[in-house]
Design a protein around this ligand. Sequence first.
Ligand code: SF4
Ligand code: SF4
Length: 240
Amino acid sequence: MNTLDKISHETMVFMRGKYKLDEIGDGKDELKFKQGSKTILTIYIREDRFTFLIIYGKKERECYELQKENFSQYIYDYYDNAKTYHDGKWMFIDVTTMEQLEEVKKLIQIKKRPNRKPFPKEGAIYSQCGQRCDLCVHYVGTTEEQRAMMIEHLDKMWGNSDWSMRCEGCYSMNCYCKDDPCNAKGCAPTKGLKECKECVEFPCIRATSADYRSMIHTEVHYADEITWGMLPYVPWQYEL
Ligand code: SF4
Ligand code: SF4
């Protein structure tokens, strides 16, 4: 992965792990994270960077001023030069490094406190790469009632309508990928490991549901689609 890919992936890990928000893309180059009609964050996809738009109202500006020493000159410049309109201070911040992203994450947390309620860990059953089998639509232990609720969201998330495959979990003989190992299962033995959870790189992008839906995108996915269609398949995003 190049640096922009890493920024893209880490942004989604952060936003989905911390927040339960609708992801509203424009099909071209823009992704908004929204709660109802309120936009928390807008990301513009550019060839050589991502531009994050965060708008601070009066309360957020006061909060930022109190925490100012936690930010670098890079952020000071954006903040000081941002224009303030009737609805707040519009900061368009270019991000090209992971360090800049870490600062932007702090700005986002001033904009909105994390609102993702993690699933409890009691009863958790993990796959070898850290996915939550017990929250998976395919898992044999998932009740029909739970499956019906999930399928409504999974259909939208994945554009699929057949969720009939049942699986007894990653360690079982009927795991759906036992004959054609997933990336994560294929990779661990090449490192002399039994499974990803032993790896210093865990959870890496290969050990997640790492297709383009794990990256900054321009599709439309509502918060419940992310909750049921994505997070069970991305290690640790559901857990504090
Ligand atoms: S399909 Fe994957 S995540 Fe779902 S139960 Fe089977 S091994 Fe676990
Ligand atoms: S590099 Fe990633 S896929 Fe490979 S063993 Fe480590 S965590 Fe698993």
